[in-house]
Design a protein around this ligand. Structure first.
Ligand SMILES: NC(=O)c1ccc[n+]([C@@H]2O[C@H](COP(=O)([O-])OP(=O)(O)OC[C@H]3O[C@@H](n4cnc5c(N)ncnc54)[C@H](O)[C@@H]3O)[C@@H](O)[C@H]2O)c1
Ligand SMILES: [Zn+2]
Length: 367
């Protein structure tokens, strides 16, 4: 079992660990019960994760309370689900002395972490991520919450988990498209912060696609270390944490303009291609990083062009509504060489980009 230590993020946060291994779901509840002696564990998961056998692997023959989110996915990431879980916990007489275990992908983790943050003014939450997105990204960092009818992640908290268990064997049951798209977050991490990690992805891509467990453990450790080191320094995204949005400015715009037909990771892959093109256009990169990124994303089977129905005007409009825009001008995180984010003279990691350079980048990914 590998262990990544995550240091206190805000002054009142305790440190916590992420454990990474194969088959560690089967020891997670015993480990939690030992760390939180006398507390009752409540498990939140979803119907796909249960059907894939991961709930059974976690609870075995223990009698623990549970809530299975149905239907799985973003449609259930809302306040109705939060209330249903809170009330299920109350009905089963869970009190302040309980622990919540969120077993599933990013939607389960975001919902479960939020429920734990508000149940009886807050109980510890363990994250047990089961997707490529959640194992690389959402399980650590402490952003938890749900969507409103109007926008994504409208309601939530910054609240760190108490412990994270990354069992890479759970990825074996993911569907191929979702599995691959989730790996784009790992490529993103390597591009912004880990040159050796990027070389490892290049060298081990076939093993990664074959879901080789040793390779998955290595990449999980790299991902969580990178995310932790960044979030520790800037928990509330004042500047440095923005580097995690690499590829996401154009990515989010494509994702929403496609009516969510494109998966998040597929959209971010295009966003990375666009950002690489911008870096070249404005003369901060010689293009090497972009070419190597494009080659890896192609081998992952990611799209290289945006869907024909998504126009540049639509994307510009979506980007001007982006939370991170300043005076409607989108800001971009740019990589100047592999493993390194460009920093503007004023110290900002997210830099304004002239419309002409952005237009060229959007043209480069036009079908
Ligand atoms: N909090 C953060 O920092 C952060 C970061 C990135 C993404 N997110 C959020 O995460 C969500 C996306 O995460 P996701 O892609 O993991 O979504 P998800 O949780 O909806 O999982 C995707 C699908 O895979 C299924 N599934 C999960 N694990 C499985 C397994 N092992 N085998 C078979 N099927 C499985 C789920 O039931 C679901 O149908 C979004 O809501 C996004 O906002 C949060
Ligand atoms: Zn993302």
């Amino acid at each position: 079992v590998r262990e990544v230590q995550i240091h206190p993020i805000r002054h009142d946060d305790p440190a916590y660990s992420a454990l990474i291994g194969r088959g560690i779901l089967s020891m997670a509840l015993a480990d939690l019960e030992q760390r939180y002696a006398g507390r009752r564990v409540f498990v939140v998961t979803d119907a796909h994760v249960e059907a894939a056998g991961h709930l059974a692997a976690l609870v075995q023959d223990r009698r623990v309370g549970r809530y299975v989110i149905e239907p799985p996915g973003e449609v259930s990431k809302n306040m109705n689900t939060v209330i249903a879980i809170l009330e299920a916990m109350e009905r089963e007489k869970y009190g302040r002395d309980s622990v919540l275990a969120a077993l599933g992908g990013g939607t389960v983790g975001d919902i479960g972490g939020f429920v734990a943050g508000i149940f009886k003014r807050g109980i510890p939450c363990a994250q047990l991520p089961t997707t490529t997105v959640s194992q690389a990204d959402s399980a650590v960092g402490g952003k938890v919450g749900v969507d409103s009818a109007l926008s994504k992640n409208a309601y939530g908290l910054f609240r760190q988990p108490a412990r994270v268990y990354v069992d890479v064997t759970t990825l074996a049951t993911m569907d191929e498209r979702g599995y691959r798209a989730g790996l784009v977050e790992s490529v993103k991490h390597a591009l912004i912060a880990d040159e050796a990690g990027f070389e490892s992805i290049e060298a081990n891509l076939e093993k990664l696609l074959a879901r080789d467990e040793a390779t998955l453990e290595e990449i999980a450790e790299r991902n969580l270390t990178i995310k932790a080191r960044i979030v520790e320094q800037d928990p509330e995204e004042k500047n440095l944490r923005r580097v995690l949005n690499y590829g996401h400015t154009v990515g989010h715009a494509i994702e929403s303009a496609s009516g969510f037909r494109m998966l998040h990771g597929e959209s971010v892959a295009l966003g990375i291609l666009a950002a690489a093109r911008i870096a070249e256009e404005i003369g901060i990169s010689d293009g090497t990083a972009g070419r190597r990124a494009a080659a890896v994303l192609r081998r992952l089977g990611m799209p290289e062009k945006r869907p024909p129905e998504v126009s540049a005007a639509q994307l510009a409009e979506a980007m001007s509504r982006d939370k991170k825009s300043v005076a409607a001008a989108p800001r971009f995180v740019l990589v100047d060489r592999i493993g390194h984010v460009y920093r503007a003279k004023d110290g900002e990691y997210a830099v304004p980009v002239a419309p002409a350079a952005l237009a060229k980048a959007l043209e480069a990914i036009r079908a």
